[in-house]
Ligand binder design. Structure first.
Ligand code: SAH
Ligand code: MG
Length: 215
């Protein structure tokens, strides 16, 4: 929670009813400590995707497929490529995609997202939500796969509020908090991106890709 917890709890009550499957995944994730996107952030992402109408989406960090299913529902025509390295989560995500009836539109790539993708993959939306310390590497690797005009969403960019309060971070967290801060500034200064930071959930950065030489 990075905003007032009461505001966050209130916003969560204003999110439209989800499917039984999504609600169940929220419970599983809470019980097992799987870091899925927060409800109010998921709703913002859904709205952005509905407005943007991407035909192809790349997600970095599938976990059990919770956010992937939100994306698939928000963009019913889209093909989604999603990447995950944890074998147990991969098999659960596959089952969840089948249960949601979206499996045929989703390509789940197993392994380290740091390895990149073949050149022919092109997307109009990129969602970055895997290892927080590697966001810049993921962006550098996958931005060339995003078409001009594309939408890039990065989750957890305020990291429990610690980005604005690094003194409160533990010794172990501090390098990560500093990295996320540098990533946010990198987004801001990136010549191909215009970025806006939204203090919802754990913090969303919303970026628009423009072609170089145009604004
Ligand atoms: N997007 C999901 C949550 C993802 S949690 C949701 O909101 O529902 C982050 C996931 O990224 C974890 O499951 C972790 O195993 C995975 N991950 C971390 N580093 C990775 C990497 N280098 N390549 C692929 N997946 C990675
Ligand atoms: Mg996240």
């Amino acid at each position: 929670m990075i905003t007032n917890p009461r505001i966050e709890a209130y916003l969560a009550t204003l999110v439209p009813q989800r499917s039984e499957l999504l609600s169940r995944l929220e419970e599983e994730a809470a019980k097992e400590g799987i870091p899925i996107i927060q409800l109010a952030s998921a709703q913002v992402m859904r709205m952005l995707v509905k407005l943007h109408k991407p035909k192809a989406i790349l997600e970095i960090g599938t976990a059990i497929g919770y956010s992937t299913i939100w994306l698939a529902e928000a963009a019913p025509e889209a093909r989604i490529v999603t990447m995950e390295l944890d074998a147990e989560r991969i098999s659960r995500a596959r089952n969840n995609f089948a249960e949601a009836g979206v499996a045929e539109r989703i390509e789940l790539i197993e392994g380290d997202a740091g390895r990149g993708l073949a050149k022919h993959y092109q997307f109009d939306c990129l969602f970055i939500d895997a290892a927080k310390g590697q966001y810049r590497a993921f962006l550098d690797l996958y931005l060339p796969h995003v078409r001009d005009g594309g939408l890039i969403i990065s989750d957890n960019v305020l990291f429990r509020g610690l980005v604005t309060d690094p003194e409160a971070a533990s010794k172990r967290q501090r390098p990560l908090v500093d990295k996320i801060d540098r990533y946010n500034r990198y987004l801001l200064e990136h010549p191909e991106l215009e970025t806006s930071f939204i203090p919802v959930g754990d913090g969303l950065a919303v970026s628009h890709k423009r072609s170089l030489g145009r604004s």
